[in-house]
Structures are given as C-alpha cells and as structure tokens.
Design a protein around this ligand. Structure first.
Ligand code: C2E
Ligand code: MG
Ligand code: MG
Ligand code: MG
Length: 290
C-alpha cells in the first residue's frame, strides 16, 4: 500500500529532472533562435590607462535582446550556452562581429586592442587560434590587437588550457586572467601559466578604502602581479578615489562606469574619434538601440 521510500524519491527526483530538462530545452531552443534571428549584439566597454586616462582598447561583452526588447543578462545565458555547447557558436559569432564592426577602426588605430572572453571549452581545444587568424587576415588586423580573457573556471583542464593559451600567445595575442581572485584555483598556476595580465575583480575594487591600509587585498594583488611581471587591469571602477588609489598603488589600467559603461560599436567609435568625452554608463537593461 505504501510506496517504498526509494521509489518515491526516484519518482520525485525524476520529476525534478524532467522539469530541469524541459527548462533547459526551452532555453536551448530560444538561444538557437537568437543566433538565427541575430538577436545577439556585442557591446564594448572601454579600458583606460589609469595614469593618462587614455583609452587603450575595449572588452567585448555579449548582449541578448529579445524581440520584445527585453534584455537577458550574459550572466544567465553564457553559463547555459556553456552547458549545451552553444558557446562555441556564440564565441565564433562574437569574433566575426568584432572584426566586422571594428576592423577598420583597429587598422587605423594600431595601438588599440579588443579583449574577448573565452569559456572553458574555448580554451580546452586549439580552435580559437586558427579561426582568429583567418578573420584577422580578412580584415588586415594585427594579432596583438586581439586579447583573450579566461577565468579560473576556464582552467579546469589546466594542461590543455596551458597548451592552448601558449599557442594563442605565440600567435601574438595577449592572454588575461579575468575575475582574478574569485575562483578556487591555487596561486601556483600563476607561475607556470602563459599569461600577460591580471584583471582584478570588481569585488576587490569595491572594498577599496581611504588608503592602502584599509583597502583589503587589491593593493596586494597589484604588488604580486608586478613581482610576476604581469600587467594589472582593475574592473568595475565606479568612483574617482578608487581610480586614484589604484593608480598610486601601481595598477596599470582600469575599466568601469566611472569612465564608461559598455557601449554600442557606434558609440565606441565616437569615443575613439573624440566625439564623446567620457560616454555615459550603460544602465542595465541598456537603452534600446534604434
Ligand atoms: P566580466 O568579463 O568580468 O565582465 C565585466 C562585467 O562587469 C560586465 O558585465 C560589465 O558590464 C560589468 N561592469 C563593468 N564595469 C562596471 C561597473 O563599474 N560597475 C558594475 N556594477 N558593473 C560593471 P556583463 O556584460 O553583464 O557580463 C557579465 C559576465 O558575462 C562577464 O564578466 C563574462 O564573464 C560573461 N560574458 C559576457 N560576454 C561574454 C562572451 O562573449 N563570452 C563569454 N564566454 N562570456 C561572456
Ligand atoms: Mg571579462
Ligand atoms: Mg571580470
Ligand atoms: Mg565577471
């Protein structure tokens, strides 16, 4: 009369799994449609040299605008795309779009670079290097003008990642560790991993106080990076005193709403052309594009 507990649990578990699978399938389908209908857009957040406040390039950030105008955050759809394997198509699309939108700007400004976020499956195989090479050749852009960001989560297969990141560097690209300090990996990898730069996560920039002594770990990350001869970009700078303190502690570059939020390709061009003094931050969800 009574169902055995194990059977009951199995049924309940099965139901939950069914629900998750259905939800995943529907998001998978929606993302597939988004790729087909070109609802994905790339925005560009400028990166500045802290001491001179010169723009040295931008980070490419993915946006998904639904047909009804609503915006889905990359924090939601990137992890989904990673779990379904759709991230490869997204990364390919992003690379093509960046060069199509900004190829001529990069040609005319050889000092600028664009930084691309890579997922674990992008760095676990030697796929990105040859693809980027073809695109760069088509647009006559130099490999130094494309940088790649990987998070510590992207280093799960450390051996394969090291190999492929070394290959990207040998091709002339820069490699950056994104969200540095928020993952669980050991610091030992920093000594062996082929990287050029650490991006200090916003969480550590938020913690900056009035001086170095009350500022948490950010100044120490800067010092460690310099000892390892790595450049430092601070992320999520919202206040002038944060920018000043980071500069005085020796951080090289910064990005954040203080300077500019993520911009459309059009607005980023205007900023480089000198038409925008310091563009306004993108409010999330950003203003609708015409
Ligand atoms: P991330 O690479 O660490 O990017 C920085 C995030 O911080 C961006 O959020 C940016 O809009 C936001 N941000 C920048 N400055 C400020 C600031 O001053 N204040 C605040 N509150 N936020 C700021 P976004 O665009 O929502 O991207 C979130 C994450 O999604 C990214 O973190 C990255 O991990 C991932 N992502 C975005 N685009 C791509 C992509 O094309 N490929 C991959 N694999 N991941 C992506
Ligand atoms: Mg990034
Ligand atoms: Mg980051
Ligand atoms: Mg992040």
């Amino acid at each position: 009369r009574l169902l055995p507990a194990s059977l009951l649990l199995a049924l309940l578990g099965g139901g939950a799994t069914f629900w998750l699978v259905r939800r995943r399938l529907s998001l998978h389908g929606a993302l597939q449609g988004a790729l087909r209908r070109q609802e994905l857009q790339v925005h560009y957040q400028p990166i500045f040299h802290l001491a001179s406040r010169r723009c040295i390039g931008a980070e490419a950030l993915m946006r998904w605008q639904r047909p009804d105008g609503s915006l889905t955050s990359p924090e939601l759809f990137i992890p989904l795309a990673e779990s379904t394997g759709q991230i490869r198509a997204i990364t390919d699309f992003l690379l093509r779009e960046v060069l199509e939108q900004l190829g001529d700007l990069l040609r005319n400004h050889p000092e600028l670079y664009i930084s691309i976020n890579l997922s674990a499956c992008d760095v676990s195989a030697p796929r990105i290097g040859p693809l980027t090479e073809r695109l760069l050749a088509r647009h006559a852009v130099r490999p130094e003008q494309i940088a790649f960001e990987v998070t510590e989560r992207g280093l799960i297969d450390l051996q394969a990642a090291s190999r492929n990141l070394a290959e990207l560097r040998a091709r002339g690209h820069r490699v950056l560790i994104d969200d540095f300090g928020t993952g669980y990996s050991s610091l030992a990898y920093l000594q062996t991993l082929p990287v050029d730069c650490l991006k200090i996560d916003k969480a550590f920039v938020d913690a900056l106080g009035a001086d170095a002594a009350s500022s948490g770990v950010a100044p120490h990350i800067v010092r460690m990076a310099r000892a390892l001869r790595l450049k430092v970009i601070a992320e999520g700078i919202e206040h002038e005193d944060q920018a000043r303190l980071l500069d005085s502690e020796g951080a090289d570059y910064g990005q954040g709403w203080l300077f500019a939020g993520p911009l459309s390709a059009h607005a980023f061009r205007a900023l480089i052309g000198g038409a925008l003094p310091g563009a306004p931050a993108e409010s999330f969800p950003p203003r609708r594009r015409q």
